[in-house]
Write a new protein. Sequence first.
Length: 358
Amino acid sequence: MIAKYAKRLGVGAVVAALAIGVGVVVAVPGSAKAAEVEGPKVNWLLSTWGKRRGMTEGIEELAKRVSDATAGNFTISIQYGATLSDPKENLDGLKIGAFEAAMFCPMYHPGKVPAMTGLDLAFLPIFDSASRAKIHEVFFKHPVIAKEFDDWNAVPLISALMPGYEVMGRGKPPLKVADWKGLRLHAGGGMGAVMRALGATTMTLPAPETYQSLERGMIDGLAFPFTYAFAAYRLHEVSNWYTENLALGSTSCPVATNKDAYNALPQQYKDLLEAAKWPAYEHQRKAFAKIDEKNLAAFKKAGLTAVRYPDDVREELVEKVARPSWDAWAAAREAEGLPGKELLDFLLLQAAKTTAGN
């Protein structure tokens, strides 16, 4: 798929040439508003997959703000449906300049960005999207993570935030740590590993099959992004409980730009991207809040029990299964020649600072 777009390799040179026009307002037909930020015509393609959804609302908002501020002179065209590249090849596409920007998830190809997979660790003490955005941004600036981006000729732009994972299921609600033993759960990656450490049996199913599997008793529960994934697959219709503060973790999906295309931008466009980032994160937070409000009302109407763990119970979960999994991740990175323990300590420190409101 990437080869199809190899002809775009010269985009950096084109953008650089256009940059000669910096400071000139280019008229946009039908535009009723003058540019707040003047500059040349630049059009970026951003490769992603699926369709517009909660996790892409931040990207959509950033693209809108950039276009609005330049009266359409700087546009980021978000290409859904994996039309530009397979999700597992988006980093490769960035490296060769097949497109100017792309979203990627380290869990799809952990060998490409092993240090970045630290954000996918289960039970990290990150409890909301605002905190997650701050921690992702700081983590991206760590020298080891910055080098991983640079190795792929990429520059971090924004993170497509996923909500924290919770579990929804049927049968007896797991009110205590011991209650997870023997449960059959759909849970993958690091989250599956920690649930197995609690005595659960885990498997990974195609998302469209989860409703029928839960309904027929093939599984007892599922770990999914809260709340929208549960509602998207109507799992609340065949469940009777869900956790609301287990905070299993989340998956990270950064959006990065091709380094050459980024460097070719005039400084005012770089500044604009940075200025648009945090309002975009806030827009995404509000979008998720609206989704949660609607879905929680549906869960309540369906009569589901909300399982909320006291702090001491959740701390027991963390000490029993999370810390060993964190240490194992750090040791695996050390074996690869990366400072795994330093990265883990850095992540936990940033999470603690964010939680404390610093």
